[in-house]
Write a protein that binds this ligand. Sequence first.
Ligand SMILES: [Zn+2]
Length: 280
Amino acid sequence: MVWQLGDGNTINFWLDKWIPDGTSHNSSSQTIIDTTLNVRDILNSEGDWNQSYLTENLTTSMTYQILAIPPPNELDGRDMIGWGGTNTKHFTIQSAYNIQRGHIHSIEGEWQAIWAWRGPHRIQTFMWMASHECILTNYRRSRWGIGISPLCNICGAADEIVIHVLRDCISATQVWLRLVPSNQSSNFFSLSCKDWIFKNITNNFHGTHDLNWNSTFMVACWNLWNWRNKEIFEEGFQRPTDPNYVILKMATETDNCLHNMCSDNQHETTFIGWRSPREG
Ligand SMILES: [Zn+2]
């Protein structure tokens, strides 16, 4: 039995067959799944796919397959049982999927550096979400809720968008200036968010310390976001007096761990990113 996606209110997200390649529970990365969820429940408040839910719960390949499908919409009518290719929506899904399929590999190829990096899984997931602008910055929150300031809590001088927290805020810039050689810094500080992340995880340029640059880069980004969260949510939290020391120590440990072929076995389900409020 194949479902044809309409408004997404009837199809069970995990158990029904509604994706061209089969059911999503075969691609689950979790041991426990919530089988009460309908497809409609996997949307964010803006009606788009909830990317953080997908990345946390599914394999990368299945996440891209679902992102290639137009999200369900009330205007599409009810979900229907049927056989492939009999209504326009199904046709749209199948063709979107076929078009994207060629593209999926190139997207995955591009971002493979994140998943190929042998560091903590939570940092990989964070980098993937940051590069897709999915982390819950003040700017993003301000667009959802009334009365939420988009400004950065630390400097108050600019909207807190992803690149601001990770690079352009004075608290981040000070860290990078000690990690990036001065002849590289004009390029480093001028790229757009996505290009900046992509360049830094794929180009193994030499930082000011003798470490794998992608480890230093990812560990620094992750810590900057983590410290920002703690400053907001943990009363009395103080940013380390020497943030570079903490970053370099953690990057060294990650690289040593890599050389010893040990892997991070923590399977974290709670993530410091966001989970959009469910409607209704
Ligand atoms: Zn700031």
